[in-house]
Design a protein around this ligand. Structure first.
Ligand code: NAG
Length: 453
């Protein structure tokens, strides 16, 4: 397995002039305690070479600390990725995150949720009786690709909370929340944009609970996004929507814009948290051998899926897009620094692309310190840019923000330590979902016939 050590070293050098090292004395003590108590288990996870052993070790990890302040929790998290030796694989990292009490749930809780089937706000079989006008199926526009899924399949994964206002006069614009690999829309956003947006004047959220925890074919995942944009527009008085997505949700959305062009004019903004438009070079860290879930193979740096997505200016924005990413330290997507970041989107169509690495924009302030792949979801710069994007035409612009105050806190105002734990849960859920995924493959799925450009 590829070690994190080299990248962490590069990350430290990279941010040395940009951001202060977070205070770590008490947190280092906390982590040492954790390692002492469950050290055998965690070193076992570091040496693990197969998925079944990783799961059986992870199931035994108990939280052995209870952080009482966000500063303590965030510093403990950064210590995990900067300790020596650094975790050898994602599951060892997750074991340490759970052991340090940084997630709300342990792995058994997560497994029972997965095995028990998903209900309520995680449901993938919702009853959405409203029919959209204009129709969203079989095609919302002449140039749209054909769907492989039925309209019932496409529609039922949309979770519309009772708070949704259907674009009525005076309501904020609809926002579609798209999850990342290994999570539902609910588990991705319950610690961040669900509470931040619900009842707000910024945007009116619904979310997608994509079957297979986004581990199935990324092209299928994209069908759900394409349909949801046209469906929510069509049941919301033709109000244009915004899309907020995490991780793979962003490349699903980009694929939807590319091959379902009807969606483009119905979206004012795409807010992209930790996107991987170029996949990741970190596949070895995430994978314990093959076979793997299809969407993991598709998110390798030079996969067929990524190559097709990027071709014909697919690496440029189709709608005003605001990217928020962490150069220090995204444990899933690398490279994630500067203009070479996988998150970095070009703008040949001149629709507006604003790329924001939090350590660069918020250099020297709390919001520019250590953030994980999931941490961008609670980063206050991300929130301020999202608000800025939705309240102006074009993408969010850091130049319009008062960065002295925006970058001062570590968490978006309104979020607390419990939300931090709920957001960190998303990575433990993703790891578990990957390990138990039933339909693993040795080769990525074939590119669909419609994707000729
Ligand atoms: C999780 O469940 C297993 C039985 O499947 C048990 O051995 C283990 O102790 C449990 N882990 C925790 C942290 O409670």
């Amino acid at each position: 397995m590829k070690s994190l050590a080299l990248l962490i070293t590069l990350g430290t050098a990279y941010t040395a002039t940009a951001a202060p090292t977070p205070p770590q004395n008490e947190e280092r003590g906390l982590l040492d305690g954790v390692l002492g108590l469950v050290g055998g288990l965690l070193s076992g996870l570091n040496d693990v070479t197969d998925q079944a052993s990783a799961l059986s070790l992870l199931k035994q990890v108990k939280p052995t600390a209870t952080p009482t302040a966000t500063s303590q929790a965030s510093a403990a998290l950064s210590s995990i990725y900067q300790s020596s030796p650094t975790p050898n694989n994602l599951y060892a990292a997750i074991g340490q995150v759970v052991a340090a009490g940084l997630t709300t749930n342990n792995i058994n809780d997560t497994l029972s949720a997965i095995n028990g089937g998903l209900t309520g706000q995680n449901s993938m079989t919702n009853n959405n009786p409203k029919n959209p006008s204009p129709a969203a199926f079989p095609k919302a526009g002449n140039s749209d690709a054909p769907y492989d899924l039925t309209e019932k399949q496409l529609r039922q994964i949309i979770y519309i909370p009772s708070t949704f206002q259907y674009g009525k006069k005076g309501a904020p614009q609809p926002v579609i929340l798209v999850p990342g690999t290994g999570d539902t829309g609910y588990t991705t956003f319950i610690g961040n944009y669900i509470p931040l947006l619900t009842g707000s004047t910024i945007g009116d959220p619904v979310w997608l609970n994509i079957p297979g925890y986004e581990l199935n074919d990324a092209q299928t995942n994209a069908e759900y996004v394409a349909y949801a944009i046209n469906y929510i527009y069509g049941i919301s008085n033709k109000r244009q929507v915004a899309v907020f997505a995490w991780s793979q949700g962003n490349i699903n959305t980009q694929w939807a814009f590319k091959y379902w062009p009807s969606t483009r004019s119905r979206v004012t903004d795409h807010i992209a948290f930790s996107p991987d438009y170029h996949g990741t070079t970190f596949a070895n860290f995430i994978s314990l051998g093959e076979p793997l879930p299809p969407s993991l193979l598709q998110q390798q740096y030079n996969s067929n899926f990524i190559t097709k997505l990027r071709s014909n200016d697919g690496d440029s924005a189709y709608v005003p897009t605001t990217t928020i990413y962490s150069g220090f330290f995204d444990e899933i997507v690398e490279p994630q620094q500067g203009t070479g970041a996988s998150a970095f989107l070009k703008d040949v169509r001149k629709v507006g692309a604003s790329n924001n690495e939090v350590q660069t924009v918020c250099a020297g302030q709390a919001a520019g310190t250590f953030y994980t792949h999931e941490g961008t979801l609670y980063n206050p710069l991300g929130f301020a840019l999202a608000v800025d994007a939705l309240s102006h035409s074009g993408p969010g612009q850091a130049s319009r923000l008062n960065l002295g105050s925006v970058c001062a806190p570590y968490l978006t105002p309104g979020l607390n330590l419990a939300d931090f734990g709920l957001t960190e849960n998303s990575i433990a859920i993703a790891g578990t979902a990957i390990l138990v995924y039933p339909n693993k493959v040795l080769q990525e799925p074939a590119i669909k016939g419609y994707a000729t450009y």
